[in-house]
Write a protein that binds this ligand. Sequence first.
Ligand SMILES: Nc1ncnc2c1ncn2[C@@H]1O[C@H](COP(=O)(O)OP(=O)(O)OP(=O)(O)O)[C@@H](O)[C@H]1O
Ligand SMILES: [Mg+2]
Length: 243
Amino acid sequence: MGMIDVRNFAKSFDGVQVHKKVSFTVNKGECLGIVGGSGVGKSVVLRSLIGLEKPDSGEIYIEGEEISKYSEEQLIPIRTKVAYVFQNGALFDSMSVYENLAYPLREHTKMSESEIAKRIHEQLSEFGLAEAESKEPAQLSGGMQKRVGLARSIIIGPEVILYDEPTAGLDPYNSLKIQEMILRLKAKGSTSIFVSHDMPSVFAVCDRIALLLDGEIKAVGRPDELREDPDGLLQKFVSGEAG
Ligand SMILES: Nc1ncnc2c1ncn2[C@@H]1O[C@H](COP(=O)(O)OP(=O)(O)OP(=O)(O)O)[C@@H](O)[C@H]1O
Ligand SMILES: [Mg+2]
């Protein structure tokens, strides 16, 4: 088994079956890209991995532990282990960047205030965000907000990170900065899923890429395999011939 195993995940909304039987594995330390057209159900799969949605049928294993029917209380340790990086950063508007990053540390750890300060300074400088520390989200550009949002999502040191379109709408500079953050976290051993329409970023950070189409994972391959297989489905998706 991998760090994450999804088996025959099925889910309908309002009588429409979005997921028929989605199955995939993410190995420890690996970054799996999930690509697919708008509305195929990528975000629902990610949210299900931290129990924000429940499949109608199928199983979700996190390190071999089947979590799909877990209660809110049972999900608490799962949500410490698995971080979901929200698309918009989901920062608290009325708090400074420092306070935004301190929040999860105060909630989920027993760190002292001086340990928290040290951790935040390290994290911000590692990600090139030191100058943002005392600012409020409204004073930052959208790209900076997304980078701070990512920093906040991972500050408690999750083993698994779920990225939902982290580079969407970003200029090349901020997109590259996000890629660097992800590669840095990967070098430290994080396991991740990267959902994105931004194919250059997908190719830059993912070890394998899976195509979600018609309610199933239709193809999985390494980036180099995709490049060598011009007739493959994934290649067609990348070139815009298959949605
Ligand atoms: N809470 C919900 N209630 C009703 N329908 C929902 C809900 N969540 C998702 N859906 C539907 O499920 C489908 C898949 O949604 P999802 O957000 O997972 O797509 P996606 O692949 O992430 O798309 P995008 O690339 O645009 O982000 C969509 O048709 C959406 O309308
Ligand atoms: Mg989505």
